[in-house]
Design a protein around this ligand. Structure first.
Ligand code: SF4
Length: 365
């Protein structure tokens, strides 16, 4: 079957099979893939607007008991020089800086800390919620699986306790490629595929929503990428837990153990477009300008993305691997406008928000 027949079916709203996705990956007709993905995006979101969120990354700790070959962010538990746990005053200061600029959401993430108790995380959440009243988008599935491991309590109980303490939604970090052969090759002591998915299933049972991610362009095959997308689509059919999907390419650095051929913007745009065509049940697609830069991020708005993600005020994880792209809110709005769309700030649930205009954010990294 020609890829044009597959693309026409996707544009009409027909669900693509794994074989269809594999056939699309064999094609290098980036323009045709992008045009079809954009048609699907405009069918799902007909208004000519592109959303983004004012958000700050807060990495409460970098101490981690796992060992990922692609991560330049973490410190081993015994590394007293590099390892940190942020004190309350520093957390407060970071959040106060965000709220002063009109931001109402933090992305809260850390490593898999070997000794902190669940009560410590509950106290941190309660403190942030009571003092700042912000939306806390926090703890990737590997972190929550870790809490489940160390407390030996059911996942739903762990998530319900975190939710009661102030957790509002769960980012889909640590998904990488949801194929165990790949995960075992590039990570150690970190949740495997079924465990990652079990966290998101449990989040749905507790009444929380989250996002889905994919980091590609390392040791995985194209078939692995398709399997990853299928596992996400199956869980979304079952739960509807995901609000959005975001994918990015592995950011290689000479300092990292994971060395492989670099994957560039062509592969990023192609994979984004195919994912948009295949993941017919995930409503929103975020651009990954943090790894691709503003210009490719802007182009991705014509390859299936309807959202520019967050301002990423203070990005520590990707930048630790050597990526340096940063944009403030005015630059994001300019990129959206120049691409022919209307910028719209949003909250986690993609509801429009109209925070008063404040001085522009100065992004770190
Ligand atoms: S990616 Fe996450 S789990 Fe892996 S080493 Fe880094 S902080 Fe730890």
């Amino acid at each position: 079957m020609s890829i044009h027949t597959i693309l026409e079916r996707a544009v009409r709203g027909e669900r693509l099979s794994d074989d269809d996705a594999l056939a699309l990956f064999q094609s290098n007709d980036l323009t045709a893939l992008g045009a079809a993905a954009h048609e699907v995006r405009m069918r799902l979101h007909p208004e000519p607007k592109v959303t983004y969120i004012l958000e700050r990354n807060v990495n409460y700790s970098n101490i981690c008991a796992a060992d990922c070959d692609f991560c330049g962010f973490y410190a081993k538990p015994w590394d007293k020089q590099r390892g940190y746990v942020l004190p309350r005053e520093v957390l407060d200061q970071k959040i106060a800086e965000l709220t002063a600029l009109g931001g109402r959401q933090i992305l809260l993430q850390g490593g898999l800390h070997p000794t902190l108790k669940l009560e410590w995380y509950e106290d941190m959440l309660r403190h942030m919620k009571e003092r700042h009243g912000i939306h806390i988008h926090g703890f990737s599935p590997p972190e929550i699986w870790w809490f489940h491991r160390i407390t030996k309590k059911p996942l739903t109980e762990v998530i319900a306790r975190l939710h009661d303490a102030g957790l509002d939604s769960i980012p889909g970090g640590g998904g990488e490629i949801l194929v165990d052969r790949v995960r075992k090759q590039i990570t150690r002591n970190k949740s495997l595929t079924d465990e990652w998915l079990a966290v998101m299933r449990a989040a749905h049972e507790v009444g929380l929503r989250g996002t889905a991610t994919m980091m590609f362009g390392h040791v995985e095959t194209i078939a692995d990428r398709v399997e990853h997308l299928r596992r996400l689509r199956e869980l979304q059919d079952e739960t509807g837990v995901f609000t959005a999907f975001i994918c990015w390419t592995y950011q290689k650095s000479p300092d990292l153990p994971l060395q492989c051929p670099t994957v560039g913007s062509h592969e990023y745009l192609k994979t984004t477009a195919i994912a948009r065509l295949y993941l017919d049940n995930i409503p929103h697609f975020q651009s990954s300008w943090v790894t691709q830069g503003g210009k490719v991020g802007q182009i991705s708005l014509y390859y299936g993305c309807d959202d520019m993600g967050s301002t990423m005020m203070e990005e520590n994880v990707v930048s630790a691997a050597g990526t340096v792209f940063s944009l403030n809110d005015q630059e994001i709005e300019r990129l959206i406008t120049d691409a022919g769309f209307r910028p719209q700030r949003r909250n986690f649930f993609y509801d429009p928000t109209d925070e008063p205009r404040r001085p522009s954010l100065t992004a770190a990294a």
